[in-house]
Write a protein that binds this ligand. Structure first.
Ligand code: ZN
Length: 193
């Protein structure tokens, strides 16, 4: 099964700044919705994303998908099994935060440092409307927060507190990756993901 990837909205598209609409039970059970989820997954995989949210493909719905399998864009990210979140809500567990170097399929060739909660509780539906709940930690928790931000019309650049951290992907590799990988190792040692 090889589905055509959908076009990706880039920063400046108004849809990336609009809160997405809650998905109803009626919508979930339609073949159209299920086909959309398949294409969202195909688009994420085609672009080597760690995740993608529906507004990034011009669909203003509260749906995002995540998956990391030895990702070439993010070689230091712990793996995440394919996860589909419908109407997700996140709540931080504890006060701990960490600094995450993020990038985004909708913000081409730019990365920057963002503070993320180190531990979160996630509640959502899966793609069939079955309730889904997880305690998510570390780097993986950062990925979940990035994707759910998209459903609220937020991009990682909104959360970059030090603009000096902004860099292209080539300059991240050249100047920042070694130090950031050390930080990731510490986070993974502490939180296991
Ligand atoms: Zn993104």
């Amino acid at each position: 099964m090889s589905l055509e990837p959908l076009p990706i909205a880039e920063i400046g598209e108004p849809i990336l700044r609009q809160p997405a609409a809650t998905v109803t039970r009626e919508q979930i059970s339609t073949p159209q919705f299920q086909a959309f989820v398949d294409r969202l997954i195909a688009t994420m995989r085609h672009a080597d994303g760690a995740g993608i949210a529906a507004p990034q493909v011009f669909e203003p719905l509260r749906v995002c998908v995540l998956e990391v399998r030895d990702n070439p864009r993010y070689p230091y990210k712990p793996n995440i099994p394919l996860t589909v979140l419908v109407n997700p809500t996140l709540s931080p567990r504890g006060e701990a935060q960490f600094e995450n170097y993020e990038g985004c399929l909708s913000v081409p060739n730019l990365r920057g440092v963002v503070s993320r909660h180190a531990e979160i509780d996630v509640t959502a539906w899966d793609r069939h409307g079955t309730p889904w709940k997880r305690h998510v930690k570390g780097i993986t928790a950062g990925t979940f927060q990035h994707e759910v931000d998209h459903l609220d019309g937020k991009l990682f650049v909104d959360r970059v507190h030090d603009p000096h951290s902004l860099c292209t992907w080539a300059n991240f590799k050249r100047h920042r990756e070694t130090e950031f990988r050390r930080q990731v190792e510490r986070i993974v040692a502490r939180y296991g993901s």
